[in-house]
Structures are given as structure tokens and as C-alpha cells.
Ligand binder design. Structure first.
Ligand SMILES: Cc1cc2nc3c(=O)[nH]c(=O)nc-3n(C[C@H](O)[C@H](O)[C@H](O)COP(=O)(O)O)c2cc1C
Length: 199
């Protein structure tokens, strides 16, 4: 049974919701799954005044524990077309793991959220994927086996590079059933890939 970590940062809960859907898919594929978040770096007063969702149940991850997983799926919202500084600050502490090749050959994936449909989801996914490739990981995206990403009937998240949602300019759109299905499917594929490699 592969051990899968869903590691996320979410200011307003959109990526948090995707993270639990990714975890659901990985569990359904037989993996042992933990959902953890990275530390908030914004001062509490700033986070409160910006109405961040501060009541997130997921425990905070440590860099040292990353090597104990067979697969790590990383999710965070877009900031000007790339990953959040909170996630980057966490991943920038993995130098020791990189030096030892501790994550080489592990399975990775990326998921994300943006305010607008073309506001940088794919570049954000690639900013995560680039980081994971440097760490030696094998990337699993969201193939078109998730047919929902082709819908023209409604706004949908999801790209071949990873599951996404569109939050809206005011954050009022919550992940749709299609977005969540994409996240579940990616979680399932990551878990199945890790099971093939690690048993
Ligand atoms: C400083 C900042 C920069 C942002 N840049 C973008 C952007 O380039 N494109 C976009 O569509 N949304 C942008 N957003 C919106 C966030 O991506 C959005 O709030 C986030 O995806 C919601 O996910 P969350 O609830 O998990 O935090 C930005 C938000 C902030 C605070």
C-alpha cells in the first residue's frame, strides 16, 4: 500500500477543498493518505484583515517527513501566475533532501486554483512541476481520462498538467463537481502509479 501525502497551501479554502478530493481519490485506489498544509507566512493580522480561512483542520507538514512518502501531490493557488510564496518558502527548505536525492523516483503531481479562467493556472502548475522535477520526482498529471476538463457547457477547471478550480474574482465560486472529480481522478492515478512502483 503506497503512502501518499497531499501537501497544500490555501488562503480561502478552494485548494483545501481540492486537496481533500485528491486524497479521496488516492484512498479509493488503496493508498494510505495524509493531508497536510504548509505553514502560513503572512502575519496573523494581515491574514485576518484579508479574510483568510484560518480554521483549516489539516496538520502542518515538516520538510523532514517528505521522504517518508512514496508520492507527494502539491497544491496551491496562483500568485501572479506562479505558486504562492507560502508553498515556495516550504519547498525552498528541501535543499538537504535534494542533496541526498531523498525524493528521487518518488511520484509527484500538482493541482491549483486561480481567480480567473486564464489567470495563470497552467503556469502555476508548471512552477510546482518544475520544482518537483528538480527534486527527482516522476510527474503524474490529469489526462483526458478526466473527460470533464473538455466541457464547454460550464466553467471548468482541470488541465492535462493537473487538477484545478476557478475561484472567481471575489472568491465566491467553490469547486464544482467536475473540478472535484478531476482532483479525485488525479489522486487515484498518483496512487495507482505509486503502487506499481513501490507495491
Ligand atoms: C497576491 C495575489 C495574486 C494573485 N494572482 C492571481 C493571478 O495572477 N491570477 C488569478 O487568476 N488569480 C490570482 N489570485 C487569486 C488567487 O489565485 C485565488 O485567490 C486562489 O486561487 C484561491 O484559492 P485558495 O482559496 O485556495 O487560496 C491572486 C491572489 C493574490 C492574493
Amino acid at each position: 500500500m503506497p503512502k501518499v501525502l497531499v501537501l497544500y497551501y490555501s488562503s480561502y479554502g478552494h485548494v483545501e477543498a481540492l486537496a481533500y478530493a485528491v486524497a479521496e481519490g488516492a484512498r479509493a485506489a488503496g493508498a494510505q493518505v495524509d493531508v497536510k498544509r504548509v505553514p502560513e507566512t503572512v502575519p496573523e493580522a494581515v491574514a485576518k484583515s484579508a479574510h483568510f480561512k484560518l480554521d483549516q483542520a489539516a496538520p502542518v507538514a515538516t520538510v523532514a517527513e517528505l521522504e517518508h512518502y512514496d508520492a507527494i501531490i502539491v497544491g496551491t493557488g496562483t500568485r501572479y501566475g506562479r505558486m504562492t510564496s507560502q508553498m515556495a518558502a516550504f519547498l525552498d527548505q528541501t535543499g538537504g533532501l535534494w542533496m541526498r536525492g531523498a525524493l528521487n523516483g518518488k511520484v509527484g503531481g500538482a493541482f491549483s486554483s486561480s481567480a480567473t479562467q486564464h489567470g495563470g493556472q497552467e503556469t502555476t502548475l508548471f512552477s510546482i512541476i518544475t520544482n518537483l522535477l528538480h527534486l527527482g520526482m516522476i510527474i503524474v498529471g490529469l489526462p483526458y481520462s478526466h473527460q470533464g476538463q473538455m466541457s464547454m457547457a460550464e466553467i471548468v477547471g482541470g488541465a492535462p498538467y493537473g487538477a484545478t478550480t476557478v475561484a472567481g474574482g471575489d472568491g465566491s465560486r467553490t469547486p464544482s463537481e467536475i473540478d472535484l472529480a478531476g482532483a479525485r481522478h488525479q489522486g487515484e492515478l498518483v496512487a495507482r502509479t505509486a503502487a506499481k512502483i513501490f507495491g
